[in-house]
Design a protein around this ligand. Sequence first.
Ligand code: NAD
Length: 363
Amino acid sequence: MPRRPRGQGAIAPVTMPAHTSQPGGGSARCVLITGGAGFIGASLVRLLLERGYGVTVLDNLSAGRRDYLDGLPVKFIAGDILDSDAVGHAVAGNEAVVHLAAQTGVPGSLADPRRDCEVNVLGTLTLLEACRVEKAKAGRSSNGPSSHGPRGPRLIFASSNAALGRQTPPASEDKAPLPVSPYGASKLAGEAYCLAYQGSWGLETIALRFGNVYGPFCRHKNSVVAQFFKDILTQGRITLDGDGEQTRDFIYVGDLCRAILLALESCISGEVFQIATGVETSIRELALTAQQVTTRKLELFRGPARPGDVRRNYSSIAKARAALGWEPETSLAAGLRATWNWYQASAAATDPCGDSFAAAFRN
Ligand code: NAD
């Protein structure tokens, strides 16, 4: 079983090596990020701006936060992924779309499977339709100068290991998907529609199945890392679900965003990639590493096990390594330290007097 070394490796900055494939003679390309005010979006927006891209964000702020983008030169459109007018307006003129907007969790999908389906399946369909219209427009104007050529916008779809469902690890692209939650089913449907639009209309699409992502800008999230840090700040202790020996594949958001950028810049389409680290980490090991990073003496509590919790989960990333030339670079300790630093800076900015340091993280 591969285990992540507990090293104190250097943090991977959210940057890329030299730009290799920038069509348009080096001029900035324009990218739409749906859900760009969310956790992953906040880091991705920064990476793309740093790389010279023009960035538009479409977000209804149902989960994300406008202040994550404060001071950044982005065009922000407050709108819903189900609103075809808003989506068409947002897509127009962009050469690529990264589709992050979603109902993002299994619990939400269990509470309201219809809503999960609407946002994740119909929302993706609405976006694909807008891209198809944009591609048709580009095709009609391909005799004259076109901002994005007849290929139309290229779409990178944020999928999840949940689409694969219950599998013997490692999760890999060649395994038949067996989703066990409505969320997994809706992500699998999104992947299928991306492939169908490639097959039927030649729209360039890639689906990336993310592992468990962690990093800065996760204040609104209920992921295990976000929850641990909130618990540390507000309760001074960490509660494990069950014995904490269940495993996951934790990927630092900076590494993930580099994978998204490589997918954006590659010529590959009609493919699915697992994007994680290939390293299996138990929740107990995660808690102990978080404890080291915060240098706080914390109590570890054993809470009730979550019903239906998958026991082991990690991904094979061989395909992404080979086809995208991508490699995760951030050790768990380094990524958790960056996340913890962000939490502390964010709390200080929220309340410089520190009076409600903990209260800042209760929402
Ligand atoms: P997030 O909730 O922080 O970001 C999602 C963003 O989408 C939010 O800003 C939210 O306001 C916006 N949004 C939600 N519904 C919308 C709608 N109907 N119209 C417009 N905007 C809407 O979540 P995240 O963790 O950044 O996830 C981004 C994507 O990555 C999602 O598609 C998610 O399913 C996928 N993903 C995330 C993880 C992870 O560990 N974070 C793992 C696998 C897949």
